[in-house]
Design a protein around this ligand. Structure first.
Ligand code: ATP
Length: 686
């Protein structure tokens, strides 16, 4: 139990609501909910566990006491009802022969699943692997693509954008930025998700609060980590993911396997927290693989799935009674109800005539498929005749309930909790922090510096008497700064896709604010490296010693970098596959290299148009155009001077219209970026 004085600071007991009711104040309103002692105890247990390690509990208590209630009261309770939910996926049946275009077959993943979950309840979905738990959870979260039959309603209404912002969804794989600390991860989530009316300090305080509440104090400053380097533990990652969703104070919280891979104590803490959140007036649904009996006792309701069909949906405490009424007994005492349910869902019916050891041996053998299938069918038909009619009549009754319908989630909602500018600023900062290791990586700087010094040495103090070499250096500028940004930019969106999907699905920010923040975040390094490169190589390479020409050369190359980056972003966003995008990019750059006008000057007319789609071609033309004036001459041998403009490689370029070249680059600069944005928008799950 929480210390009495702490309870008093968080809640006030009211005379007219009875001893078990407390008033919980939150951002926008005051609601009355029924609290259970277990909530306080579970949460305080977790907090104190970590706070003790740090000796922080005493220090943090004042801020905790002011806003503790925010995490405990749901703003708008949601009653979730689902009836006859069915979902199929299309599978192409591949034969072993040489035939192609085989007919597609549909596979039912969910079949007639129904249930009711009310505010304050914790529902667990149980079932063997592949039974459809994740699919059902995703459908209930409004995130399942494709056609779902049956009905899913939230306070009697269909899923809406308002509901989306009230829904927290924790996926099985934790999608987190590896290079942010736990505190940074939760602070950025708070800054993006909490409403405008809270100050920045208050939002940061909420993040701190979630850290304490989830027992993450000990690792608050540790990096999250990822596949390439180790960070916090699996259980801590899971708690960070839950914390991100808790921050928005969701009315409906859905979690996919929040305890998988965790030790039983940590799993117990997580489920206790979920139960605590439910008791604060939320509707909480979780899938779970193998709960211990301790965990099982914390569930209010369970849905048990077998091959996508329900065999039970209702109160968790009455499950044994129900199956006993059908004649199924665990066979021996003290069996974990969850184990019993999973056996049943697998079609393993306990044989009470056998001893315990015999049963284990019997069930372990795999040669009873027919028996198992007929047992499953029998359980499914028992569900249909016993539980289904009750559930459907409850759903119909509730659907007519005027109180439920009046608490509609539509209407009065603002679409975004924070302004465009606020989102842009936070996303920009987060992006810079997450990618600084990559942008400012020593390897990347070494790569550019070594190439610049090497090219400077190769072209060391070239002059116009070696015009072919000088023009070659300008062509090299245009090609190198076409390739390099293009290949860097290709990775941007495919790498960020899981995060983008997760955050956009919960309505965290606008796509445009993300997009512009990403563009702006990449700019410093995209521009600094070519600036260093050009500065070193230009002067070492003996190009025209004029400051104006140097600045113009630099500006042309920087613009070329931005155009090339735009193409990389567009390819990445359209294909969303790094391998495909890099293959296409290398073919494109090869075409640009060959058609750019340096290697081949007599391209057959039917393919000469290729150069007009090459940004490197325009860049090269502009570079040559600013390097040599129309009257400039070079030593063409035998003490003769020729006009640079008559040199074949330059003449071929037709340098008379620089404005058009600049306009072509500008069109590409805008066009590629618009294309990337549209591709991102179209690629979003609907
Ligand atoms: N898009 C899809 N394409 C093909 N099969 C799918 C698709 N979605 C789901 N399935 C299949 O549907 C079944 C149910 O999948 P689901 O992920 O919901 O199971 P689960 O009960 O959550 O399993 P687990 O406990 O192992 O995570 C699986 O057999 C899965 O292969």
């Amino acid at each position: 139990m929480m210390p009495p004085e702490q309870e008093n600071t968080n809640t006030s007991t009211t005379g007219n609501t009875g001893p078990s009711s407390i008033i919980l104040t939150n951002w926008t309103e005051t609601v009355t909910v029924h609290a259970e002692p277990s909530l306080s105890s579970s949460i305080s247990n977790m907090s104190s566990c970590s706070a003790q390690d740090q000796g922080l509990q005493g220090q943090q208590e004042p801020s905790l006491s002011r806003s503790f209630t925010i995490l405990r009261a749901s703003l708008r309770p949601v009653t979730l009802m689902f009836a006859d939910v069915a979902y199929s996926v299309c599978l192409s049946t591949k034969g072993t022969g040489f035939t192609s275009g085989e007919p597609k077959s549909a596979r039912a993943v969910l079949n007639g699943v129904s249930g009711v979950v009310r505010p304050g309840e914790l529902l667990a979905m149980l079932g063997p692997s592949g039974s459809g738990k994740t699919t059902l959870l995703t459908a209930l979260a409004g995130r399942l693509p494709g056609k779902i039959s049956g009905s899913i309603t939230y306070n009697g209404q269909a899923f809406s954008s308002s509901m989306k912002r009230r829904t927290g969804f924790v996926t099985q794989d934790d999608v987190l930025y590896a290079h942010l600390t736990v505190l940074e991860t939760l602070t950025y989530a708070a800054l993006l998700r909490l409403p405008k009316k809270l100050t920045r300090e208050e939002k940061i305080e909420q993040a701190e609060l979630v850290i304490m509440e989830l027992g993450l104090t000990r690792c608050r400053n540790s990096l999250v980590g990822g596949p390439l380097f180790r960070g916090i533990s699996g259980g801590e990652r899971k708690r960070v993911s839950i914390g991100q969703e808790m921050l928005v104070n969701p009315s409906l919280l859905l979690l996919d396997e929040p305890t998988s891979g965790l030790d039983s104590t940590t799993a117990q803490r997580i489920v206790a927290t979920l139960r605590g959140l439910a008791r604060g007036g939320r509707t909480v649904i979780t899938t779970i693989h193998q709960p211990s009996s301790r965990l099982y006792r914390m569930f209010d309701k369970v849905v048990v799935l077998s091959d996508g069909c329900p065999i039970y949906s209702g109160q968790a405490g009455r499950v044994m009674e129900y199956f006993e009424s059908l004649g199924y007994n665990p066979g021996f005492n003290f069996m974990n109800p969850a184990d019993f349910l999973l056996d049943l869902a697998n079609g393993l019916i306990p044989d009470t005539t056998r001893s315990q050891d015999d049963q284990l041996e019997f069930q372990g053998r795999l040669d009873h498929h027919d028996d198992q299938n007929s047992a499953k069918q029998s359980l499914i038909s028992s569900y249909k005749s016993n539980l289904y009619p009750l559930l459907i009549s409850e759903i119909h009754r509730n659907a007519q309930d005027p109180v439920l319908l009046s608490s509609s989630l539509r209407g009065s909602e603002v679409q975004w909790t924070t302004s465009w500018w606020q989102q842009f600023k936070v996303l920009l900062r987060r992006g810079l922090q997450e990618r600084k290791h990559e942008s400012y990586s020593g390897l990347r700087i070494f790569q550019v510096m070594s190439v610049s010094i090497l090219s400077g040495l190769l072209w060391w103090h070239s002059d116009t008497s070696h015009i072919q070499d000088q023009v070659g250096l300008l062509f090299f500028f245009s090609i190198f700064w076409g390739f390099f940004p293009l290949f860097n930019a290709i990775f941007a969106f495919p790498q960020e896709r899981p995060m983008l999907i997760k955050e956009r699905s919960s309505g965290m920010y606008r796509l445009s604010s993300y997009y512009f923040a990403r563009m702006a975040g990449d700019l410093p390094m995209e521009l600094i490296l070519p600036t260093i490169f050009v500065t070193v190589t230009y002067w070492m390479g003996g190009l025209k010693p004029s400051l104006i020409t140097f600045v113009l050369t630099l500006l042309i190359i920087l613009f070329n970098v931005l155009v090339s980056q735009g193409l990389g972003l567009a390819l990445g966003a359209i294909l969303m596959d790094v391998k495909q995008a890099t293959t296409l990019a290398s073919v494109t750059m090869l075409v640009f290299l060959l058609a750019g006008g340096y290697y081949i000057q007599h391209i057959p007319p039917f393919i000469a148009w290729l150069k007009y789609i090459s940004f490197s071609h325009y860049c090269y033309k502009l570079l040559v155009g600013v390097q040599y004036s129309a009257t400039e001459v070079f030593d063409c041998g035998l003490q003769m001077h020729c006009r640079v403009m008559d040199f074949p490689a330059v003449k071929y370029l037709e340098l008379d219209n620089k404005l058009w070249d600049a306009a072509a680059l500008t069109i590409m600069f805008v066009g590629y970026r618009v294309l990337a944005y549209v591709a991102l928008r179209m690629g979003e799950p609907h």
